[in-house]
Ligand binder design. Structure first.
Ligand SMILES: NC(=O)c1ccc[n+]([C@@H]2O[C@H](COP(=O)([O-])OP(=O)(O)OC[C@H]3O[C@@H](n4cnc5c(N)ncnc54)[C@H](OP(=O)(O)O)[C@@H]3O)[C@@H](O)[C@H]2O)c1
Length: 292
């Protein structure tokens, strides 16, 4: 399978490096200074605060093209429209791996419904950019068990879905076919949007953990979004955010915000790109959930 990873930020860099090291035929699409840096040094990876930087020579390209069996898109929500325009006249399946609460319809309308697959980056592809170096937290017992969900928009199990899952699993990525991928993404947004907005307002996860009232407000918004969903949450465990006592959830959320997992993830990124992504995701959520 010939793969293109579209977007050379944190998730695209980690994902493509993982696939390349596993021997898959993968190229990474980048632009601007990031493209120049990748051409010079390859993907540069470092664990948490470690000074040791590892270089992975993933082939880099500047433009999408025909000839790829699968293009995996790992950009921010507000950057997807431009990506769709660049893929519209090409062929090949496209797997969208990012925050997205607007369903498959607008993606398919732009590039052809038969080309679209939905998913979310693997838990092992989280981290932060430190200049040109991607800093990530090594897989632990918990994150290694979290599957990377991938699905057809209509929930079917198709030969192409099985093949993609198999290829990723061969590369050591815990991929799993998810029949309710749209509900999964909306559930994730119901959690991640209030979390991201509250972290951004506080200035980081640890600062938010120190403000229990803000954590309580964030939890109320998560509950409103989950209540407004057209389907039960996927995975079902997210229903606990509506049923467990508020005090217990605030304690657990504050503990999570102080954890190394939260600190060494995209949650610590309070850049303008994060704000723009949250803004676009909020629009998508408001379109199907009546939440202010
Ligand atoms: N980071 C995490 O820990 C994490 C974890 C789970 C999920 N996610 C989600 O995964 C998605 C990707 O996140 P990320 O952290 O990888 O974002 P990111 O670091 O901002 O990477 C996005 C990359 O895509 C590039 N890009 C965007 N549009 C492009 C275009 N038209 N042509 C070429 N390159 C383009 C960006 O380039 P520019 O910089 O030039 O715009 C950037 O390098 C988001 O939805 C995010 O919320 C992130």
């Amino acid at each position: 399978m010939k793969l293109l990873v579209y977007g050379a930020g944190v998730c695209g860099s980690l994902f493509s490096a993982r696939l390349h090291e596993a021997g898959l035929d993968v190229s990474l699409l980048a632009r601007g200074e990031r493209l120049a840096s990748l051409r010079r040094h390859g993907v540069q990876l470092a664990e948490e605060d470690s000074p040791a930087v590892r270089r992975v020579p993933v082939p880099v390209v500047e433009h999408p093209a025909d000839g790829y069996d699968l293009t995996a898109v790992l950009v921010r929500t507000h950057q997807v429209d431009a990506v769709l325009a660049s893929l519209a006249d090409l062929e090949g399946d496209v797997l969208f791996l990012h925050n997205w609460a607007a369903g498959a319809e607008p993606l398919g309308a732009a590039i052809g419904h038969e080309r679209v697959l939905l998913g979310f980056p693997p838990a092992q592809a989280g981290g932060t950019m430190d200049g040109d170096v991607v800093r990530y937290r090594a897989t632990n017992f918990m994150t290694g068990r979290v599957p990377m969900p991938i699905g057809e928009p209509d929930g079917r199990t198709t030969p192409r879905l099985e093949r993609i899952v198999r290829e990723f699993r061969t590369a050591g990525i815990n991929a799993k076919a998810e029949p309710r991928m749209d509900a999964w993404l909306k559930t994730h947004a119901a959690f991640a949007l209030p979390l991201g907005q509250a972290v951004h307002a506080a200035g980081g996860p640890v600062a938010l953990a120190g403000d229990p009232d803000a954590v309580r407000g964030m939890l109320h918004l998560m509950r409103q979004y989950l209540a407004a969903m057209p389907t039960p949450p996927v995975p079902h465990a997210f229903a606990a955010l509506r049923t467990l006592p508020e005090g217990l959830l605030v304690t657990l959320l504050r503990r999570f915000l102080r954890s190394p997992t939260a600190v060494h993830s995209g949650l610590s990124d309070v850049s303008p790109a994060t704000a723009a992504e949250l803004g676009r995701l909020a629009e998508q959520m408001r379109a199907h959930a009546k939440v202010r």
